[in-house]
Write a protein that binds this ligand. Structure first.
Ligand code: TXA
Ligand code: MG
Length: 339
């Protein structure tokens, strides 16, 4: 089902005015909601860090309505960046490139590079075009918490402290953009997203592998990101029913995020079947984690997702949300004993 959500002219004008006044505006993108500020106003950008509780050295993505203003932000656009932009913009891909001299360090966290994305959501496009400049925006959640994929999630995160929240419905991708950098004539994947490594390779050739020349700071790559407050454990796919029974023994309430229905009924278990399709699983992931986080359970058990690149971004976010991994069947985990 394709739902095209557009804002009214009045809504766009008041959002643009808020940006010009140095205020924050939450807006939808096809990946997650962003918390935006005028990227040319350092005081406004600082307010993003205050609102999120985000460390000041974590750089932000600047959003543009099209590549036409790229040269204002980027010193030198790598040839491969042009190719990727032609193939994937507007869309869920962020390019990290050498920054232009005037770009303020509050955006780049003091690095020599800047991250740029042209989002595809019609409301983001409307806002960016009407504003006419760059909007610096991280995901509209408090630092380290679950990213928002609906306007109501943004309200849950910030209440009245963010005055303008544009409601563009549910984000249809549901996970943050793929981020790439450029290194020695190659593209390096910095954060997996819905644009996969093979899609990147098809346009830009072999990707850079192994240790980075100079490790870029990607805070979303630290542990304990995208995390619910309820402890979350990933369990091997075939053990989800047995683990749910074991964990709920004695009447402890347990939440489960699985890819199928339970094999039998579990008395103290809240069970979500998120299905087997990576696109819908990804789209619903953060909403499902929020729902399970609010279910009053002592632990969230997540059935390990399949291997393979279509699941890579989901796998990455689940690992960061997990407090422990009970021997996940891909072998990346260490054995955890459920309390
Ligand atoms: O889909 C998305 O990318 C969403 C929407 C709102 O566009 N935004 C988003 O922003 O996920 P945020 O701030 O939550 O994550 C941005 C990531 C961070 O991990 C940050 O470190 C990385 O981009 N980043 C920004 N500038 C960078 C740079 N110069 N070098 C390396 N990483 C950078
Ligand atoms: Mg984020």
């Amino acid at each position: 089902m394709v739902r095209v959500v557009r804002a009214t002219q009045v809504e766009i004008e008041s959002a643009v005015q808020a940006l010009r006044d140095g205020e924050l505006v939450a807006f939808p993108t096809e990946t997650v909601y962003g918390l935006g500020a005028n990227a040319q106003n350092p005081a406004a950008v600082r307010r993003i860090f205050e609102a999120k509780g985000r460390p000041a050295n974590h750089p932000l993505i600047v959003h543009l309505d099209s590549p036409r203003f790229l040269h204002r932000w980027v010193r030198e656009v790598p040839e491969l960046a042009n190719r990727l932009a032609e193939s994937f913009w507007p869309g869920p891909l962020t390019l990290v490139m050498p920054k232009a001299a005037h770009v303020h360090e509050v955006i780049t966290g003091g690095q020599d590079t800047i991250a740029i994305r042209v989002p595809a959501h019609p409301m983001a496009q409307q806002l960016l075009t009407a504003f006419g400049g760059g909007i610096a925006a991280p995901s509209a959640n408090r630092y380290g918490r679950i990213s928002p994929t609906r306007a109501e999630h943004v309200r849950e995160e910030f209440g009245d402290s963010v005055r303008v929240i544009m409601d563009g419905g549910e984000c249809n991708i549901g996970l943050e953009s793929t981020i790439v950098g450029f290194e020695g004539g190659k593209v390096r994947l910095l954060r997996p997203g819905s644009v996969t490594a093979s899609q990147l390779r098809a346009v830009a050739g072999e990707l850079a592998e192994g240790p980075a020349e100079d490790a870029p700071r990607v805070p979303g790559s630290g542990p304990m990101h995208y995390a619910p407050t309820t402890p979350l454990t990933i369990v091997p796919a075939g053990e989800i029913d047995a683990q749910a029974d074991a964990a709920s023994a004695g009447g402890r309430r347990i939440a489960v995020l699985a890819q199928r229905l339970p094999l039998r009924s579990h008395k103290y278990v809240t069970w979500i079947n998120a299905g087997r399709r990576p696109e819908t699983y990804a789209r619903d992931l953060y909403t499902n984690l929020r729902t399970l986080d609010k279910a009053g359970c002592q632990r969230i058990l997540v059935q390990a997702v399949p291997d393979g690149e279509r699941w890579e971004a989901v796998h990455d976010r689940l690992l960061r949300a997990a407090t422990s991994i009970a021997e996940a069947d891909d072998g990346t985990g260490t054995m955890a004993v459920l309390p």
